[in-house]
Ligand binder design. Structure first.
Ligand code: NAP
Length: 251
């Protein structure tokens, strides 16, 4: 039996734990060769074991996404080995400081912007020619409701600012791809998921009440398939609905 993502090459950032790890396993289970990026070597090796146990294949890339030149080298390495990239999942992210905006220090600000925003622009810059070399390049950006909801929450400004910027990057790229390529870009709000980031934000919450990364992964994997034809939309995972971005509502 041919698996749905057989012969497809998928790069997943933040694959050492959480949503990225769950999704990397699912993409491999569906036949993709997963290029797994994160800093924590141990987490990547555990992922590799899980993927191989399931009969799949992965290439591990221990890398700090703040090392932007490394992302260019990764693009070159993918070009030399495969000549294309079919799936890019921009998943890695930082919650950043949860504090009043004027209390954020410059280092925290710079780290959040570097990982949540600049690294993703650099990934697109490096991977765009490879995605265009695929017959059905798919980009999935794991975002949040934080940056695009009508009433922004107090104290979560750092996260909201970075996710709003990330959404603008991905929406712009989607618009540029629409006329010139087969690439489809989808922005995902995964909802609340049982991960380290969620525990950091809500330490008092019972994690057992939340869906696991493995449970949400199949819905995200569907957006990576060649058969997925929507572009530039927001997928609200908890409701399973696709939404168009809209301008500001009347106040
Ligand atoms: P998580 O468990 O904290 O995982 C974050 C991942 O990002 C880890 O694999 C981490 O790997 C990687 N990462 C962080 N900084 C990195 C860096 N400098 N270089 C390379 N990799 C880095 O978080 P998660 O909940 O799975 O979040 C995944 C995505 O979902 C994020 O974009 C988040 O904003 C979004 N999201 C999550 C929820 C939720 O409820 N969990 C809700 C809405 C949106 P290393 O530490 O090994 O580098």
């Amino acid at each position: 039996m041919t698996l749905p993502l057989a012969q497809r090459i998928a790069l997943v950032t933040g694959a050492s734990r959480g949503i990225g790890r769950g999704l990397a396993k699912e993409l491999a289970r569906q036949g993709a060769h997963v290029i797994a990026v994160a800093r924590t070597q141990g987490g990547l090796e555990e992922l590799d074991d899980e993927i191989r146990t399931g009969g799949g294949e992965a290439t591990l890339v221990p890398c700090d996404l703040k090392d932007f030149d490394a992302l260019d080298r990764l693009g070159l390495a993918i070009h030399q080995r495969w000549g294309k990239l079919d799936i890019l999942v921009a998943n890695a992210g930082l919650l950043g400081p949860v504090t009043p905006l004027p209390h954020i220090d410059q280092k925290q600000w710079d780290d959040s912007i570097a990982v949540n925003v600049t690294a993703n622009y650099r990934l697109l810059r490096s991977m765009d020619p490879l995605l265009r070399s695929s017959d059905a390049g798919r980009v999935v950006s794991i975002s949040s409701g934080a940056g695009n909801k009508a009433d922004l929450s107090p104290y979560k400004g750092m996260y909201a600012v970075s996710k709003a910027a990330l959404d603008a990057i991905m929406r712009t790229y989607a618009a540029e791809c629409a006329a010139t390529s087969n690439i489809k870009v989808t922005i995902v709000n995964p909802g609340i998921v049982r991960t380290k980031m969620r525990a950091q934000l809500m330490p008092g919450e019972d994690p057992l009440t939340l869906p696991t990364p493995d449970e949400v992964a199949p819905q995200i994997a569907a957006l990576c398939a060649p058969s997925w034809m929507h572009n530039g939309c927001l997928f609200q995972l908890p409701e399973g609905v696709l939404k168009k971005f809209q301008g500001p509502a009347n106040c």
